[in-house]
Ligand binder design. Structure first.
Ligand code: UT7
Length: 326
């Protein structure tokens, strides 16, 4: 095998806003119960950003922690990609706001909009810069204030989402061109625009000129999720040249504990290899994977050299998976 440049995760960071909203809190405003939410989703609580916190503030905190973990400073950063569906402003990109707040020098900065699949899309996009020598120190961030998109009269959606941010630092490292290399080894990205009605926001700049509210046919999305994610995971593993069975940690998008378990079962992944944060974080859209990764790193489960499988599905519909050696 010839030598190749890999995009290696050298630091991970997460940030959750302080405000905690329990299921009992929500039962006071919509016709729901702690029991229903736990049984159907596994969610026990979610975090809510304070009114004066923008999504860039969450992103900056996560980014600072990821940079510290990588032993880098904002000065080193030459690429920032923020995956978000809840930007500070319609423009500029949240990534440029993060760049300014971090004090990072002039470089490349833009957002990726693939809703809950955003982090998987952003990581794959960043690989195109890092592995080709266009960036030496990239920040890939998933950050969301999903509670700002909720219709607080719709019990079918408002109990499911939360706020947070997670970030990774990606740096180029030479590998041997084998699956033992550290770095992003393979990915599969998918989108099917014909399924828009299943999950979307009913407002936008060029249509209603409003922000709109999240609308979802939950049980339909659920059905697509288990089947589609499994296909993308298999394709990403094939792209990486690894067997799904050799994965050390499965780090799924955290939408619903039943989806996590359904996908793991379909792929034959041991439930002890699944990192789950849905109980404490709920669905933080593009932030959920880096937050779960951060949790696994912080509690010592995920170690350098281990093989990780990330997957997500969200509005679009979009979905995808990445395989990387940590
Ligand atoms: O991150 C993006 C991707 N999103 C997802 O992956 C979400 C996928 N979907 C889901 O996680 C699940 O479909 C939900 C958690 C959203 C719903 O669970 P479900 O088992 O599919 O329930 P359902 O939508 O079929 O609804 C069953 C019942 C309905 O009542 P009836 O019609 O049977 O009387 C709903 O009205 O549950 C009712 N219901 C609720 N009851 C209490 C819906 N939401 C609630 C609620 N509390 N919060």
């Amino acid at each position: 095998m010839s030598k190749v440049v890999r995009s290696v995760v050298t630091g991970v960071g997460g940030y959750l806003p302080e405000g905690v909203v329990t299921n009992d809190d929500l039962a006071k405003i919509v016709d729901t119960s702690d029991e229903w939410i736990r049984e159907r989703t596994g969610i026990r609580q979610r975090r809510k950003a304070s009114d004066d916190q923008a999504v860039s503030d969450l992103a900056v905190e996560a980014a600072k922690r990821a940079l510290a973990a990588a032993g880098r400073t904002a000065e080193d950063v030459d690429l920032i990609i923020v995956a978000t569906t809840t930007p500070d402003l319609t423009f500029p990109a949240t990534a440029t706001i993060v760049q300014r707040k971090l004090g990072a020098p002039v470089g490349i900065a833009f957002d990726v909009q693939a809703v809950c699949s955003g982090f998987v899309y952003a990581l794959s996009t960043a690989d195109g810069f890092v592995a080709r020598g266009r960036a030496k120190c990239a920040l890939v961030i998933g950050a969301e204030c999903m509670t700002r998109l909720m219709d607080w009269t719709d019990r079918g959606t408002c109990v499911l989402f939360g706020d947070g941010a997670g970030a990774v630092v990606l740096e180029p490292q030479e590998g041997e061109g084998t699956t033992d290399d550290r770095g992003l080894l393979g990915f599969a990205l998918r989108a099917d625009g014909t399924k828009q009605d299943l999950l979307y926001v009913d407002g936008g700049v060029s249509t209603t000129r409003t922000t709109g509210y999240l609308r979802m046919q939950g049980n339909q999305v659920f059905r697509h999720a288990v089947v589609n994610i499994s296909e993308a995971v298999t394709a990403a593993a094939a792209d990486a040249g690894v067997e799904v069975s050799s994965v050390d940690w499965f780090i799924p998008h955290q939408a619903n504990q039943r989806i996590l378990e359904g996908v793991a079962k379909r792929l034959g992944i041991d439930e002890n290899k699944v990192i789950s944060t849905v109980a404490e974080h709920a669905n933080t859209s593009a932030a959920s994977i880096p937050l779960a990764l951060d949790q696994g790193v912080q509690d010592g489960r995920i170690k350098p050299g281990q093989l990780l499988l990330l997957e997500a599905m969200g509005g679009g519909l979009t979905w995808g998976a990445c395989v990387l050696r940590f």
